[in-house]
Design a protein around this ligand. Structure first.
Ligand code: FE2
Length: 133
């Protein structure tokens, strides 16, 4: 598995810094996605782990640039940040592209037939509900 989980968790923590709420949310979504994945055929582990951990990564830039964030701005600002972060680890460029597409589509009707996108949306929904959102 080449330690994808540790590597991307480090990227996440370094990027969000002391924003523990966002870090915890991403870790929770990853954990739920791993459970859902067990009953899902054809899921790429690396793509799923990177997508779930980084799915809301656009929030920070959106808030810095616009002073707010929403589903649309997360989808817009997330992929370039994810691409930049993932360039620092040894991950297949094709998988990075897929992760970026997933992050750019996780708050709107799916444009991609990716099982990892489906699992992310389900896990995010479960965690958001548990957080009272
Ligand atoms: Fe989320």
């Amino acid at each position: 598995m080449n330690h994808i989980k540790g590597k991307v968790t480090k990227l996440l923590v370094d990027y969000f810094g002391d924003d523990f709420r966002r870090i915890t949310h991403a870790l929770d979504v990853m954990k739920h996605a791993e459970i859902i994945m067990k009953n899902t055929m054809g899921c790429d582990y690396e793509v799923l782990i990177a997508s779930t951990l980084l799915h809301d990564i656009g929030i920070k830039r959106s808030e810095e640039l616009l002073g707010y964030n929403n589903g649309k701005t997360q989808e817009e600002y997330g992929p370039p940040v994810a691409e930049m972060l993932l360039a620092g680890i040894n991950l297949d460029p094709e998988k990075i592209r897929k992760v970026c597409e997933i992050i750019g589509n996780h708050h709107s009707p799916s444009r991609f037939e990716y099982v990892e996108l489906k699992v992310l949306k389900e896990a995010d929904m479960i965690v958001n509900r548990a957080e009272g959102n």
